[in-house]
Design a protein around this ligand. Sequence first.
Ligand code: BGC
Length: 422
Amino acid sequence: MVDVERLKKAADEFKMPNSELKNMAEAFRYDIVSGFEQPLASTLRLLPSYTNLPDGFEEGCYLALDFGGTNLRILKIKLMGAGEYEVLSRVEKPLKVEGEYDYIGEGSSGEALWDFVASLIDEANGGDRSVEIKLGHTFSFPTEQTDIYNAKLITWTKEFRTQGVEGEIINDQLKAALERRGMTNVVPVAVINDTVAVLLSAAYENQKTFIGSILATGHNTCYLEDFNGQKAPMIINLESGNFSKIVPNKYDSILDAASQRPSEQRMEKMVSGKYLGELFTIALADALKVEKLVEPFTSVDLSEFILAEKSGAEILKKHTGEDFDAEGVFYARDLAEIVVRRSARIIAASFVGTLSHIMGVGLVIPQQIAIEGTVYAKMPVVREALTEALYDILGGDAARLEIKFITDGGTIGAAIAAAMTD
Ligand code: BGC
């Protein structure tokens, strides 16, 4: 029979009391400030986006490419201003289909990847080769930008491995692929991070939005920096998934050591969809005193297990091979929930750190924080835990914040970025 004391002990590893949350928020704020002044003291990257917020009047027809998660999405969009838009066509395909193709795994090449992307852009644009159309590109990885077009991939994250893209100007590679297909009428004009896209698309409708965030396969946040009025405001991509001033528990350390890039993206490895299932798997295996589970949990499995009312024991049996009684299921679910709750609490603390940099510690101006992503949308526990943690840190002032769930931000934002170059 399963030892529930070991399950409780594993769950304790993921507790994050209010004092720790507040310390993390302060450490996060410190890393934003020091990121500008002494970059080596900061674990945030603070990447300039060369984009301000939209004024909401952007109009016209654009192609929008959203690249960076499991699915590639291309939309042809007509922006009509005042937050209004119409989707004219939509093409969506995974970057990897087991047994069929894989553009992101070990043996994949940049050229093949961009040729695939170009073929889907072609489909979204109805094969047209004559009308010039601008393309906005949401590229959800850390890039070093020198302007809105030129973005060099610093490093893959989320376990992407395609060869020949790191260190390259990604829009040049896309452009070359478009040329290979004779699609010279499609003109890439802007590259933005997905957090920036979410912020643009939310601010297109509601000007009181200064922070954009993603909680999906990966995690990251951006915000509008006003440089104290010394320079024009610009959205800064924090690459907050790389924040590493949170004390890892023993399961975080095991996961990190086994990952493609140990010691990088430490916060992302504690919060995002790529890793939550794995974290639970490692913790549960430890509680059961086994080296591996029969079948590891993905984040989707984790979400199903938390939601399952009656079939908890069955799900656990399938993944662990062990029999759980009602008490065992209860504490295993408790462990699953706390893995997710900690994710939301960490993200809330990073929001508060960002807010206190923007507004000054203790000052919360009413606003919405825009967030998009499958984990935020679908994972149980996340929404309540995020709101609860904001109250734990800010007290009643948290009521001035609205967490706004965005859909299609990656693509709408890309179209807005393209329009903003006009
Ligand atoms: C990337 C970020 C991205 C985030 C969400 C992270 O792995 O480094 O650039 O915004 O995932 O997609």
